[in-house]
Design a protein around this ligand. Structure first.
Ligand SMILES: NC(=O)c1ccc[n+]([C@@H]2O[C@H](COP(=O)([O-])OP(=O)(O)OC[C@H]3O[C@@H](n4cnc5c(N)ncnc54)[C@H](OP(=O)(O)O)[C@@H]3O)[C@@H](O)[C@H]2O)c1
Length: 267
């Protein structure tokens, strides 16, 4: 029986959210999952769902507030204690606060930078210490990271920093059996408020948005091919590249015009 659990794990952060769950289901058939999110209740329920469908899947979880260094340390100690080895890390946890910067509090700035950026860097460094001979590191960024985005400025800056960081890391890890990909999706139909925002954006929103299952499936393929950046769907590839013929100031005025109408802080 012991050999049955002797497998390489996929660690998924933000596993209990809309995108995270899609990755969970896309990876569950492979066998060994390590899931994290803040809520123990949600993680336990998710484990139950997985085992009902895949009774042979090895599912471990650990509740962790990724913005909290000591909570991360506790999770890392638990993983070391269990002697787990990872062949894949999927950084999904993130917070999409959207409002004028002057309406932020210091706490919100720290929270968003930590969960969107610091958490992914910390998990990545940790997983590099307990990795299988081959490792895939897949990180969910956003199309918002492609250009600076007024009224979505902190989110956009953290997502763009992810691309910068992981682009460097893949060079450092070249030849070491590590594949590194950042995915830059447009809207994804997850929480009800996000689905409402996508609908509210009309044709533009619909062209850019995808279902979480699509994002998970295509992103896993992209990291398998070791793509530096993957933008799901034709429209997202188009808006990331073609408008670059316009001066940045023009693009940002257009973005500001669209985004200033929206305000969102679900966290
Ligand atoms: N939905 C979109 O339109 C869209 C588009 C582009 C990119 N993305 C990116 O996709 C990712 C997931 O988005 P989603 O739509 O699935 O959002 P979601 O449903 O709100 O899920 C967010 C996940 O992050 C976890 N999380 C949040 N704060 C955390 C913290 N402090 N510590 C640990 N875990 C934390 C949440 O778990 P708990 O609440 O249980 O802690 C949850 O599992 C994010 O990185 C987001 O930026 C989303």
């Amino acid at each position: 029986m012991a050999e049955k659990w002797d497998c390489f794990y996929t660690l998924i952060s933000g596993a209990t959210g809309g995108v995270g769950r899609a990755f969970v289901w896309a990876c569950a058939a492979e066998g060994c999952l390590f899931l994290t999110g803040r809520s123990e209740e949600k993680l336990a329920a998710l484990k139950g769902e997985i085992l009902a469908k895949y009774p042979d899947c090895r599912v471990l979880y650990c509740p962790c507030d990724l913005t909290d260094e000591s909570s991360r340390r506790t999770m890392y100690a638990y993983i070391k204690e269990q002697g787990l080895t990872f062949s894949r890390l999927i950084n999904v946890a993130g917070a999409d606060i959207q409002k004028a910067f002057e309406k932020y509090t210091d706490e919100k700035i720290v929270f968003q930078c930590r969960v969107n950026l610091e958490a992914a860097l910390s998990l990545t460094r940790f997983v590099l210490t307990c990795r299988a001979p081959s490792l895939e590191i897949l990180t969910v960024g956003s199309i918002s990271g492609v250009y600076p985005m007024p009224y979505f400025a902190v989110y956009s800056a953290t997502k763009s920093a992810l691309v910068s960081f992981f682009s460097s890391l893949r060079i450092e890890q070249k030849g070491k059996g590590v594949k590194v990909t950042v995915v830059e999706p447009g809207g994804i139909y997850t929480r009800p408020d996000i689905c409402k925002d996508i609908e509210g954006q009309g044709l533009w929103g619909k062209l850019s948005a995808k279902k979480p299952e699509y994002i998970a499936k295509k992103s896993l393929k992209a990291v398998g091919k070791n793509k530096r950046v993957y933008r799901p769907g034709f429209w997202n590839k188009f808006i990331a590249v073609v408008p670059r013929v316009l001066p940045l100031g023009v693009r940002m005025r257009f973005i500001a015009h669209r985004w200033k109408k929206l305000e969102k802080d679900a966290f």
